[in-house]
Structures are given as structure tokens and as C-alpha cells.
Design a protein around this ligand. Structure first.
Ligand code: HPA
Ligand code: ZN
Length: 326
């Protein structure tokens, strides 16, 4: 199978993966045992049986409670190391990975424990795994804006070790413009900016407009609904903005991978790339996503190579590092 062979050998960047969404059932159970956390599920099969989603909200209702097992600095290091090890095995050369500090600080885990635990893994990855890694701190849009402000303030001592900020969680009723001031402060602190514009959410085109015009993002996560707004798409293409698509995730959160929309972005010259999102929950890491999309959309080998190229061009790596891979 030539397509599978091409994907199997193709280096790429991962730009949209939530570290908490890489918590595999095996590690979940191991951390629960280590920390004495009582879970309702006792086996890998029982954990997997809870992975039934038909919307973003139904996914988040499983995603957040699982995080209770993450308590110590070592837990966060182990989580990130497990992901980066898998990334290395999938020829991921660079990973710009999300984490959700408020999902931990809101249950009493100090910000420093989370960040220092993750940084330990991220800063070892280039030497030990050959993966250039960086952190993107996401604000939870369904928490108060003041909580995002506090999270940004807590991050400032680490500003030179955190690459960017993002916006995730339940999008309904939580437009990017609500966070424009926090994002402006984040930019002042040297962070790059990205925002989730999840698939088919209420108000999605207005959210895309706000992300582009009010927040002035440096990238968009998901965002495939932009194909419905040609003038916004033209603006994004003109700015060379990256779009981080996640086909398998789309297939859970809606009923389709949104392959035609992803292909439309590719044809329009947008820097769209393929990513894992929450691979422990949605059934595949980067390569499984790329191959699934390639098959459903009947992509040519050149299209698949272009998606991988786009992942480097949409990354926030220094230009000379990007050039090494193209
Ligand atoms: N969308 C919104 N919030 C999230 C996601 C996502 O895909 N994954 C983890 N938190
Ligand atoms: Zn996401």
C-alpha cells in the first residue's frame, strides 16, 4: 500500500495535541494506583468503554475527571515523556504541545508542579528522543476570564520556557473576544497566540472573525468552518496562518472527519496540517490521523507531502529550523 508506506516514512510537526488528551488507559490506571485515587474503572477495557462521545461536551465530561490521577510533578513528567516517546516513534520532529493549567490548579495542584513537571520532559526531549518540543498553555474558555488572567500572571516566571498560549474547552457561549485583553497581555509577554475554533460550534464564523481580527492569532486550531466565509479564508491565507486539523477528533465530535473542508483549505493554499488532538481518546496519533484522512479524502501522495510540509511551515520554530526540514 503506497499511501501507508508514504505516511509511515514521513516526518512532521505536531501542533495540536493536548498532553492531558494523551493519557492512555494504562498510564491512567498506573497513576491512580500510585496516588491512591479511586476510579470507577479498574481495567483498560473498562476505561476504553467510557470513551463514547458524540459532541465536544460529552468528550470533555470524560477528559477532565480522568485528570484527577495527575497529582505530582513526576506524574506530569511521566505524562509528557510518554507522549514524546510516541511522537518520536512517529517521526514527529517537533511537537508544540498544549496543556490546561486551570484543569489542575482548580483542583489544588500548584501551577509550578504542573509546569515544572512538564518542562522536565519537554527540555529533555531534544537530547533523549530527537524531538524538539515546546509548551503552549491553554486557557479554559468556560472558566472566568479572571482565572485566565491569574493563570497568565502565574506563568510569567516561566515566560521564556513557554512558547505560546491557546484557548480550549467548551466553546458554546465563550467567544474569543472575551479573552482579547488576556491575549494582548500574553503577546506583550512574548507568547505566540492560538485559539480553538472547534468544528460546527454555535457562532463559529463570528468566533473565527474575532480570532483573526480581535485577538490577531498566530494560528487557528481546527477552524475548518472558515471555508464557509471566503473573505475570512482569504485573510488567513494572505497572513500565512496555520490551521491545525484533527480528522479523527472531528469524527467523534461531529459525525464526520470533515475531509472535504480540510481538502478545501489545502486547495486554497492555507497552511493546514494534520494532528492528534486527544489521541488517547480519539483512537490515533498523528500518523493514524494522516492516513485516515488520506484514505477518506482519496489524497494524492503530493497532497500528503504538502500536509506534512505545512506542519513545519505552520510551526513556530525559528525559520532556520523549519528550513532544515523542507
Ligand atoms: N477542543 C476543545 N477543548 C479541548 C479539546 C478540543 O479539541 N481537546 C481538549 N480540550
Ligand atoms: Zn484541541
Amino acid at each position: 500500500d503506497p499511501l501507508a508506506a508514504l505516511v509511515a516514512d514521513l516526518p512532521a510537526c505536531e501542533l495540536h495535541v493536548h498532553l492531558e488528551g494523551t493519557l492512555e488507559p494504562e498510564l491512567l490506571l498506573e497513576l491512580a494506583a500510585r496516588n491512591g485515587v479511586e476510579l470507577a474503572t479498574r481495567t483498560v477495557e473498562e476505561v476504553r468503554a467510557t470513551h463514547v462521545f458524540d459532541s465536544l461536551a460529552s468528550f470533555l465530561a470524560v477528559y477532565y475527571p480522568a485528570m484527577d490521577v495527575l497529582q505530582t510533578r513526576r506524574d506530569f513528567t511521566d505524562l509528557a515523556t510518554a507522549y514524546l516517546t510516541r511522537a518520536a516513534a512517529q517521526d514527529v520532529r517537533r511537537a508544540e504541545v498544549f496543556f490546561d493549567p486551570q484543569a489542575h490548579t482548580s483542583r489544588g495542584v500548584p501551577f509550578e508542579v504542573v509546569v515544572e513537571g512538564l518542562l522536565e520532559a519537554v527540555e529533555r526531549a531534544p537530547h533523549e528522543l530527537g524531538v524538539d518540543a515546546a509548551l503552549i498553555m491553554c486557557f479554559l474558555r468556560d472558566h472566568p476570564v479572571v482565572s485566565a488572567e491569574e493563570t497568565l500572571t502565574a506563568s510569567l516566571p516561566y515566560a521564556d520556557r513557554i512558547l505560546g498560549v491557546g484557548l480550549d474547552s467548551d466553546e458554546r457561549g465563550h467567544p474569543p473576544a472575551d479573552f482579547a485583553a488576556v491575549f494582548a497581555r500574553a503577546r506583550e509577554a512574548g507568547y505566540r497566540l492560538t485559539v480553538h475554533c472547534d468544528i460546527d460550534q454555535p457562532g463559529t464564523l463570528e468566533h473565527l472573525r474575532q480570532a483573526l481580527e480581535d485577538v490577531r492569532v498566530d494560528r487557528i486550531d481546527h477552524g475548518t468552518n472558515i471555508v464557509e466565509a471566503p473573505e475570512l479564508l482569504a485573510l488567513a491565507v494572505e497572513r500565512g496562518l496555520g490551521f491545525t486539523s484533527c480528522p479523527l477528533s472531528n469524527g467523534f465530535v461531529t459525525e464526520q472527519m470533515k475531509a472535504p473542508e480540510i481538502v478545501a483549505l489545502l486547495r486554497a493554499g492555507a497552511k493546514v496540517c494534520v494532528n492528534g488532538d486527544d489521541p488517547a481518546y480519539f483512537g490515533g496519533y498523528l500518523k493514524e490521523n494522516l492516513l485516515a484522512l488520506a484514505r477518506v479524502a482519496d489524497l494524492s501522495p503530493a497532497d500528503v507531502v504538502q500536509l506534512a510540509r505545512n506542519s513545519f511551515e505552520a510551526s513556530w520554530a525559528p525559520p532556520e529550523r523549519v528550513a532544515e526540514h523542507l
